[in-house]
Design a protein around this ligand. Structure first.
Ligand code: IMP
Length: 204
């Protein structure tokens, strides 16, 4: 723990996903001190019906295990032409052990032949801070966009190579710098809003 940690609130990060960890740390900046998830805490079964349920399950498990405030997030990609799927099942879309590439391939396959005008989609993230006294603060972030015809770009993770945000310039999230993605993204919006509600500084 550095001396600076005493000046800002400390949270354990519930995610073990290094891609999400990097993004959350970059978005929150120096306003909070993030502790990594202890490796001996077992994976939480994400069997909630909503993003909020799953974010709460993950954050609460870390509060129980560490006695510290914890931050978790849960994200879903809702595709209009698929009736909102994969949604809360985004991580397991192509099967239990699906890789990011497997999920992207399945999405492109399912949307084969769907015209551009009907490829609307959105990412939603719920970011949640849970405290040892049982209280919590939650915030949601949404970004509207479309699913590209093919994967483009190597940055980011998950479905980034096929997601084109509506407020962007036609590039997928995977073709953007991290800062460009965070400025528009579901996770950027959710965590900036969470930081706001927690009253923490968002200095870079
Ligand atoms: P999680 O439940 O928050 O871990 O997210 C579920 C799945 O959504 C992940 O496994 C990724 O495939 C996908 N996902 C989450 N966040 C992003 C993102 O920022 N870009 C692209 N895909 C994402």
């Amino acid at each position: 723990m550095s001396d600076d940690d005493h000046a800002v609130p400390v949270f354990v990060l519930a995610t073990a996903n290094p891609d999400k960890t990097t993004e959350i740390a970059a978005i929150l900046g120096q306003g909070v001190a993030l502790r990594p998830r202890p490796s001996d805490v077992p994976e939480v079964v994400e069997d909630g019906e909503t993003l909020l349920d799953n974010a709460r399950l993950k954050a609460r498990a870390l509060v129980e295990a560490t006695g510290l405030p914890a931050i978790a997030d849960d994200t879903g990609l809702e595709v209009d032409a698929l009736g909102g799927r994969p949604g809360v099942y985004s991580a397991r879309y192509a099967g239990e052990d699906a890789t990011y590439a497997d999920n992207v391939d399945r999405l492109l396959e399912e949307l084969g032949g769907v015209p551009d005008a009907r490829r609307g989609a959105r990412f939603s993230t719920v970011a949640l801070a849970a405290f040892p006294d049982g209280s919590e603060v939650a915030a949601e972030g949404v970004v509207e966009g479309t699913i590209a015809d093919e994967a483009r770009g190597a940055a980011g993770f998950g479905y980034d190579p096929v997601f084109v945000p509506a407020e962007g310039d036609g590039r997928t999230f995977a073709e953007m710098t991290p800062d460009e993605k965070h400025a528009l993204s579901h996770r950027g919006r959710a965590f900036r809003s969470l930081a706001d509600r927690l009253g923490v500084d968002q200095a870079p």
